[in-house]
Design a protein around this ligand. Structure first.
Ligand SMILES: Cc1ncc(COP(=O)(O)O)c(C=O)c1O
Length: 395
């Protein structure tokens, strides 16, 4: 246990998250090292808004999908030129406020013809040239299909103030199959070539949400080096040559996060060991966790190397039978007051919980900087998602 964690554990009697900015920056470097040089990174803020400010200078773009995310990024002093205003529905009044704000210089995605027309109308109303990337659907409610996208490209010259700089495509999340990436990239390549041939449209950029995976559970590790190498070869084999901007959320954010929760009660019920914690499913959600059947990477603080002694069902404090975080976790000898530490919880884990159920508190959130400074960005019982703009320096 390092000194800071030790102090945090003494001070916090409730569950909390720590996001390690140094680890985050290392992760971004490590991704870049394994991808082609000319690839840019766009961070999907939804994965974890708290850490957006930490990577202000480390990524080229931020994908923003809601008015709240925009407020957070503004308060964290993220340059609007780095913002891509995305999201399936853009509230007209919010978009109008952005377009009418002379200081705002972000890019907009267009997810439907209606939303594209909104941008056309606003660009004319305020006499501002807008950079736009229509989003191609992956077969869900997001984006538009090829026919609509072609209509937009074909008719683009009718809107003087709309500058279509490329297209956006989001594939899905936790994607591990190189075969699927190949199919997708070949289809995108064909589309870009066709748009050039038929409509003289040369995309400057392809913003591509690849959904690179994260391994959350024991036994589900995968070979990330091989995946990134194969992916890089596919990108290098494309015939069209747009700038590639990879839009990543969990792959950037997951590894910097740790969730700590205290054991508050222990019992044996009909031969089953139950551990009650002060956290729970409202504060910790793992993608792919099914009825708590999988074993996340976790340990008991200070007993990391101790021999497993018994199986426990790790439960949260919510008064619902669903609040089980892990079933049959093998743990060393434990006692009330011990702390469980869950790894790889930097993306979505904290925000995807059903936080209103049972009216319990949100977890405190800390950011640890590389120089050892620790900031509290939200304390328990604070209902705002993020404590802004001033972080509370702890040590
Ligand atoms: C448009 C878009 N880009 C990027 C992401 C981030 O996905 P991931 O966290 O899997 O990288 C999402 C997630 O929903 C998305 O909708």
């Amino acid at each position: 246990m390092n000194g800071i964690t030790d102090r945090l554990l003494k001070e916090n009697t409730e569950a909390f998250y720590v996001f390690d900015s140094g680890k985050l920056k290392q992760r971004i470097k490590s991704l870049r090292n394994r991808l082609p040089d000319n690839i840019s990174l766009c961070y999907a803020v939804k994965a974890n808004p708290f850490i957006s400010g930490e990577m202000r200078d480390d990524v080229e773009r931020f994908e923003i999908c809601s008015p709240g995310e925009h407020e957070i990024c503004k308060a964290l002093h993220i340059d609007s030129r780095k913002m891509v205003i995305s999201g399936v529905y853009k509230t007209p009044s919010v978009i109008e406020a952005m377009v009418s704000d002379g200081d705002f210089e972000g890019i907009f995605t267009a997810e439907s013809i209606t939303q594209y027309e909104l941008l056309c109308t606003l660009s004319e109303k305020y006499g501002r040239t807008l950079r736009v990337i229509p989003r191609l659907t992956n077969g869900s409610q997001f984006g538009m299909d090829e026919t609509d996208l072609e209509e937009v490209i074909k008719g683009r010259t009718a809107h003087e103030k709309i500058n279509i700089i490329g297209i956006q495509f989001f594939s899905g999340t936790q994607k591990t199959s190189l075969k699927k990436f190949r199919r997708e990239l070949e289809a995108l390549d064909r589309l870009l070539i066709r748009l050039k041939e038929q409509y003289s449209f040369e995309a400057e950029e392809l913003e591509y949400g690849t959904g690179f995976p994260v391994s959350y559970f024991k036994g589900e590790e995968f070979d990330e080096d091989a995946l990134l190498q194969g992916f890089s070869e596919l990108i290098e084999g494309m015939q069209s040559r747009p700038e590639i901007i990879l839009e990543l959320g969990r792959s950037i954010a997951a590894f910097c996060g740790t969730y700590y929760t205290h054991i508050v009660d222990m019992k044996q019920n009909k031969g089953q060991g139950y551990l009650l914690t002060d956290g729970g499913m409202h504060q910790l959600v793992y993608f792919g966790q099914y009825m708590a059947m999988k074993q996340p990477f976790m340990s008991v603080v200070g007993k990391e190397n101790a021999v497993p002694a018994a199986a426990w069902n790790i439960c949260g404090a919510l008064c619902t039978m669903n609040d089980i975080m892990v079933k049959q976790a093998m743990l060393p000898d434990i006692e009330i007051g011990d702390v469980l530490c869950f790894e790889n919880t930097g993306a979505y884990c904290m925000t995807e919980g059903i936080s209103l159920l049972l009216s319990r508190e949100l977890p405190s959130v800390y950011i640890l900087r590389e120089n050892g400074e620790l900031y509290r960005v939200r304390s328990t019982f604070e209902t705002r998602q993020i404590n802004m703009p001033e972080y509370e320096r702890m040590y």
